[in-house]
Design a protein around this ligand. Structure first.
Ligand code: BDR
Ligand code: CA
Length: 312
């Protein structure tokens, strides 16, 4: 199986991504989970991550806490979407497993430096602060990363936190900029994809009908996070973001896009955090990322529902 580290701010959709990864041990070996400040503060995100690994029956997965704020900006959070706990919806018990004492950034560095080069993939589901700080602290990790697969950005579908920017990039644009320039292979699952992966009532009912605790929790999580998005967009289903990262690792044929240049706007007040995608190659800027634009929603929900059925 492919070795992955999940960097995350759970978050209902982050939680579903973690569950999808833990339900797929034949393909994915989750080495550890690192929390970052984003949807809510880092301490609460680390609690949420531990709740989710216990829900999946995997208390052996180590959970670390990373950075508590962006590199250069004040933290912007999203309680208005995810609730006060960041993971409102299901009633998950307080976690029993301890938080690891090593700082999440050092965990990322140590793990990459100790492993064979290009054997570990970083899956990022939140702001890119931890990954950027790891790259700044130990630049030698860049060529040891197999791939960075991130949920973040928006271009054709434009932003969700400002008209121009997607939340994960907007919260720490300087970090996103460091990551985009690092030279490791990057695959991006932006809003352009995740807005197509809508959690309709039928899809949520199929998840509830699985009948296990994970399916019930996912149903409660997505029902909660939908309330905000359905009002905002007026669609029949809400976008589902972070699990597309894991689905891409499991079934890349569900997605299509192209290898191109992606640059982060860090200075304009109006468009800070925008992912500027040279999709039509109109500049000479070097290609640094695979930017996905379309996703197969039926195929995605079939995969998710099948995999959640394998969990407790
Ligand atoms: C991203 O923002 C967060 O609120 C979600 O968890 C997802 O990672 C979507 O813009
Ligand atoms: Ca997230």
């Amino acid at each position: 199986p492919r070795k992955i580290i999940i960097d995350t701010d759970p978050g209902q959709d982050d939680a579903v991504a973690i569950l999808l990864a833990l339900a797929s041990p034949e393909e994915l070996d989750v080495l550890g989970i690192v929390a970052v400040a984003g949807n809510v503060g880092v301490a609460q995100n680390a609690i949420n991550a531990r709740k989710v690994v216990e829900l999946a029956g995997r208390p052996d997965i180590p959970v670390f806490a990373g950075c508590s704020r962006p590199l250069r900006r004040h933290l912007v959070t999203a309680e208005h979407v995810h609730g006060q706990t960041g993971l409102d919806g299901p009633n998950l018990p307080e976690p029993q497993i301890p938080l690891q004492t090593l700082h999440g950034v050092d965990y990322i560095i140590n793990t990459l430096m100790a492993a064979e080069p290009k054997t570990i993939t970083l899956c990022t589901l939140g702001p890119l602060t931890n990954i950027a700080l790891a790259l700044i602290k130990q630049p030698a990790i860049a060529e040891r990363i197999a791939e960075i697969v991130m949920m973040g950005g928006a271009y054709f579908e434009v932003g969700n936190i400002t008209p121009a920017a997607e939340f994960n990039i907007y919260v720490d644009p300087e970090a996103a900029d460091v990551v985009m320039r690092c030279g490791a292979p990057i695959t991006i699952l932006p809003l352009d994809v995740t807005h197509q992966i809508q959690s309709t009532p039928e899809r949520l009912a199929a998840i509830k009908a699985i009948g296990n605790q994970s399916g019930a929790a996912v149903h409660a999580m997505l029902t909660f996070s939908e309330t905000f998005d359905l009002k905002k967009y007026g669609w029949t289903g809400a976008p589902l973001h972070d699990p597309t990262v894991i689905a891409h690792l499991l079934q890349p044929e569900l997605f299509e896009g192209r290898h191109c240049n992606v640059t982060i706007e860090t200075s304009s007040e109006l468009t800070v955090g925008m992912t500027v995608v040279d999709y039509w190659h109109v500049t000479g800027r070097a290609k640094n990322a695979t930017y996905l634009r379309n996703g197969n929603a039926d195929g995605f929900y079939k995969l998710l529902t099948e995999r959640l059925a394998r969990l407790p």
